[in-house]
Design a protein around this ligand. Structure first.
Ligand SMILES: Nc1nc2c(ncn2[C@@H]2O[C@H](COP(=O)(O)OP(=O)(O)OP(=O)(O)O)[C@@H](O)[C@H]2O)c(=O)[nH]1
Ligand SMILES: [Mg+2]
Length: 267
């Protein structure tokens, strides 16, 4: 069963956007800010928290995985520390997905923002995530991948962040929008340099050669070539949930991914 099937009448227009990124990259804050932006632009949407480990959230989720999975209880029941419990909790997500989808079916919405666990690998690399995406409807889902500027200011860090993004996409096999988050924390020059690295591989190549020591350059260059060959280079957009920058671009990109650019929600 997919998210669409759970809806009354089996509507097939529900579109799901999974927000993924490394711990602290700004997923939850962006989900909150984007939801507010959608609300004020007349787009009906709901938010789902899929992070069982979230202690507080900067938005009030319509559906919350913590209703079914409590990290404290997992730690106690399985005798685990916080990290082990996160792994078990991620796997329990798949076990509980049917219950969550039944609640989801009670909502009449066509745009779903899904906040994923802080530890990227829990969402990207565990089998339960594929099952979660399937439950929502793979063909109606896309990823928004957030890169934290503090991790990718150097060419080496940038290549690492992009490689991780490419692996996430490879693993989940969904269309993906790349975002440079928290752009309000960057100077205009730094922001432009990173955007250029993405759109002009030659600029990244040149800066990589300038910046890194020889062993790192060899590895970086190999990763760089792999990314070039796999077509990872394309587009990246900068956003700031704090200053509400780039939210309209997320919407435009999702329309493009789902409908080839037609704004079917607002028409
Ligand atoms: N300056 C600035 N800070 C931000 C922005 N978005 C998020 N932050 C801050 O970054 C930190 C992490 O934000 P979260 O939204 O919790 O990030 P997350 O990816 O959900 O974090 P985890 O779920 O713990 O992995 C918080 O202190 C936020 O206030 C932004 O656009 N600008
Ligand atoms: Mg979060």
């Amino acid at each position: 069963m997919t998210g669409s099937d759970y809806l009354v009448g089996g509507l097939s227009t529900v579109k799901n956007v999974f927000f993924v990124g490394t711990a602290g990259s700004g997923k939850s804050t962006l989900v909150g800010a984007y939801r507010r932006w959608l609300d004020s632009n007349g787009v009906d949407a709901i938010t789902i928290n899929m992070d069982p480990g979230a202690e507080t959230l900067p938005y009030d989720p319509d559906i919350d995985i913590r209703e079914w999975i409590n990290l404290g209880e997992v730690m106690e029941e399985y005798g685990l520390g916080p990290n082990g419990a996160q792994i078990v909790a991620a796997d329990l997500m798949a076990v509980n997905i049917d219950k969550m989808m039944r609640v989801f079916a009670e909502y009449s919405t066509d745009y779903v923002l899904i906040d994923t666990p802080g530890q990227l690998e829990l969402f990207a690399f565990r089998e339960s995530s594929g099952m979660t995406v399937d439950a929502f409807g793979r063909e109606d889902s896309m990823l928004v991948y957030l890169s934290d500027p503090s991790l990718c200011k150097t060419p080496n860090g940038f290549i690492s962040a992009m490689t991780l993004g490419a692996l996430v996409q490879f693993r989940l096999q969904l269309p993906m929008l790349n975002l440079l988050s928290k752009c309000d924390t960057l100077s205009d020059d730094d922001e432009q340099r990173m955007l250029d690295w993405y759109s002009e591989p030659d600029a990244l190549y040149g800066d990589l050669l300038d910046a890194d020591s020889v062993p790192q350059t060899v590895v970086g260059m190999e990763l760089f070539k792999a990314m070039e060959n796999t077509g990872v280079f394309g587009e990246i957009r900068s956003v700031s949930a704090q200053d509400e920058i780039g939210l309209e671009e997320i919407y435009a990109a999702s329309q493009l991914a789902f409908f080839g650019g037609e704004d079917t929600y607002r028409e």
